[in-house]
Design a protein around this ligand. Sequence first.
Ligand code: ZN
Length: 83
Amino acid sequence: MSALTCKEVILDYLADYLEKALSPEVIADLERHLAGCAACLAYLNTYKKTRDLTRQAMPQAMPDEMKAHLRRLLLRHLAEEQP
Ligand SMILES: [Zn+2]
């Protein structure tokens, strides 16, 4: 399997990764990417923290609105670093 891009990691896999809904192969690819990518790792940590805070406030999953907001933030960040 080819290496993942940041956008694939963020948009396609990160939420499922945190919900442990990915196959072991995809998890391995994802973790390989995270090990070498500070931007995605920072995003993962922010995402986790936000999710945990959200869960303390209300037991449901993170609202879609919050996910969309986090994605927009990161995509803007990526766009700045990789024109
Ligand atoms: Zn990345």
